[in-house]
Design a protein around this ligand. Structure first.
Ligand SMILES: [Zn+2]
Length: 311
């Protein structure tokens, strides 16, 4: 996109451009103009320190086509470089408080501008924010991270996308920001992760049974026969109930957190509490075991995300 800033047309119509209330230094030596026409009176030396792109621009000493109050004007050329975005970016250049960016959709254009102008300070602060916000808006965050080609954040947001079902999280217009191939790879990553998480319930060789279960003749009804009759294990009904509820929970949200939910832990706890033999150790066992399961889920997802290529 290389539209010209509409402010010049507005100027011709004699409507005075507004000036930023935050960046309006009287001793400014350059004016940055947002795409929507707001003026920011700032200092070349400060912008040059924060951004090699600005540094090069000013070092070239290119004469500005437009001047305002004898100051050269740097117009923002792209439509995402609106006044709030320019202000947020300038807040990273000057020693002032950062902008409050609460929605991932507000963060995205600022990150895009930070990348374009190579403002390291902004990237260092905002890239982790993208991952933090992705727990709430994961697919949106994935699309933004992938469209900006941020590798670490793309993997992290892909992981968080497993917390929600895909169709409900997708905004079709936003999907235009990524390629069909990247989207296909996200789907493949999700399917493989979900498959491996469910396998934790089929092949439970990761469970150290001896540290979790002692036999209970009262409620451990089912005998599991592994490798012949010698390794007979007793599996408590309350434990099977926990596993059943955990697997169901993981169908809705594929993240370790899902199996630590109180709604899943309570029914088996109540079951165990009604068994004379199990009641004293069941709560401790469930607490420990649910954390082990949560770690297993998270490490499966972590491994899949580390293996995946998204671009
Ligand atoms: Zn029991």
């Amino acid at each position: 996109m290389s539209h010209h800033s509409p402010i010049f047309e507005t100027d011709k119509q004699h409507s005075a451009p507004t000036t930023s209330s935050v960046f309006n230094y009287p001793n400014a030596d350059v004016v940055v103009q947002s795409y929507d026409g707001v003026l920011f009176r700032v200092h070349k030396v400060i912008l040059s320190l924060a951004s090699p792109v600005f540094a090069d621009m000013f070092a070239l000493g290119k004469r500005s086509d437009v001047q305002i109050d004898t100051l050269p004007v740097v117009p923002a050329m792209e439509d995402f470089e609106t006044a709030p975005v320019v202000e947020a970016i300038l807040r990273f250049c000057y020693p002032v408080n950062g902008a409050k960016l609460e929605a991932v959709a507000d963060l995205y254009p600022v990150l895009k501008a930070a990348k374009k102008y190579m403002i390291e300070e902004a990237l260092k602060s905002l890239r982790p924010s993208l991952v933090e916000m992705s727990t709430r808006e994961p697919l949106q965050a994935f699309v933004y991270a992938a469209s900006l080609r941020f590798d670490v954040e793309t993997r992290a947001t892909a992981k968080n996308s497993l917390r929600v079902p895909l169709p409900s999280a997708a905004d079709e217009a936003e999907l235009d920001l990524i390629s069909g191939r990247t989207y296909q790879r996200l789907l493949k990553f999700r399917l493989q992760s979900i498959d491996r998480v469910h396998n934790l319930f089929r092949d439970d060789s990761w469970i150290d049974r001896r540290s979790f279960f002692q036999g209970c003749l009262d409620c451990c009804a089912q005998v599991v026969d592994q490798d012949g009759a010698k390794d007979v294990q007793w599996v408590a009904g309350w434990w099977r109930e926990y596993m059943r509820l955990a697997e169901l929970a993981l169908e809705k949200s594929v993240t370790g957190e899902a199996v630590l939910d109180q709604d899943i832990l309570l029914p088996p706890t109540l079951m165990a509490a009604s068994c004379g033999q199990c009641k004293n150790r069941a709560i401790t066992t469930l607490r420990r075991f649910s954390k082990v399961l949560a770690d297993q889920v998270d490490s499966v997802i972590y491994e899949e995300a580390a293996k995946a290529t998204f671009f």
